[in-house]
Design a protein around this ligand. Structure first.
Ligand code: PGA
Length: 249
């Protein structure tokens, strides 16, 4: 089940990370300044899940994966199943990241299957949503988010879920949404979730770094961050955790 901490700071390593450097990363992690207020999560590539599970747990960091197939096993060459993620010690799984939607053509029907498979096998999805630049400029952000969230329609609202709102134009670009855009959009996402019978954390993602984390975490309706680039170095990841701990009430 979801951790009760006020903030979740989750690192999404994407296609980065070798074993040696990852073990050094974990060694360099300093102590979580406020574990009851901030949950630390690392989602490394599949090859690192098993070897990092224990060292991360010893540092109080929750393990997550970046993706999965919806079937439990079978003839799906190159895929990883929810059972394998459980076996490796994962609690979370990122689903619907914009890089997978855009580059791997993951659509709503597929994501619904993945969400259901995650719940069936006891994983907590970090379900990503977000608009492209043209959509923000055309004023259709809320329609896009509503459509992406509609995948949750009719699912059991007691099942654990975290949403990550990541404007696609802010991912890996160094451009972050302004605090006004973040507060406004998070308010809409929480409202839409309530309409779907859900109350859950909504993380912000897109070029979160030690310099902007505190102002982003202070925005109304922001319950943490999904961090790509800045989660690859232990000190910048810890600085973001520290920023959330300072904002925590
Ligand atoms: P970024 O990535 O922090 O490097 O922008 C965020 C993400 O894609 O989850």
């Amino acid at each position: 089940m979801s951790n009760s901490a006020q903030f979740v700071i989750a690192g999404n390593w994407k296609m980065n990370g070798m074993l040696d450097e990852s073990l050094k990363f974990i060694d360099s992690l300093t102590e979580n300044p406020n574990p009851t207020a901030v949950e630390m999560v690392i989602c490394p590539p599949y090859t690192l899940l098993h070897p990092l599970a224990k060292p991360l747990a010893e540092k109080g960091v929750t393990l997550g994966a970046e993706n999965m197939h919806f079937e439990a096993s079978g003839a799906f060459t190159g895929e990883i199943s929810p059972l394998m993620l459980k076996d490796a010690g994962c609690h979370y799984v990122i689903l619907g990241h914009s890089e997978r939607r855009d580059m791997m053509h993951e659509d709503h029907a597929l994501l619904r299957k993945k969400l259901e498979a995650a719940w069936k096998h006891g994983l907590e999805p970090i379900f990503c949503i977000g608009e492209h630049l043209e959509e923000r400029e055309a004023g259709t952000t809320n329609d896009v988010l509503k459509d992406q969230l509609a995948v949750l329609e009719g699912t059991d609202s007691s099942l654990p879920l975290v949403i990550a709102y990541e404007p696609v134009w802010a991912i890996g670009t160094g451009k972050t949404a302004t605090p006004e855009q973040v507060s406004e959009t998070h308010a809409f996402v929480h409202e839409e979730l309530a309409r779907l019978g859900r109350k859950c954390k909504v993380l912000y993602g897109g070029s979160v770094n030690p310099g902007n984390a505190e102002s982003l975490m202070a925005c109304q309706g922001v319950d943490g961050a999904l961090v790509g680039g800045a989660s690859l170095k232990a000190d910048s990841f810890m600085d973001i955790v520290g920023a959330a701990a300072r904002v925590a009430t």
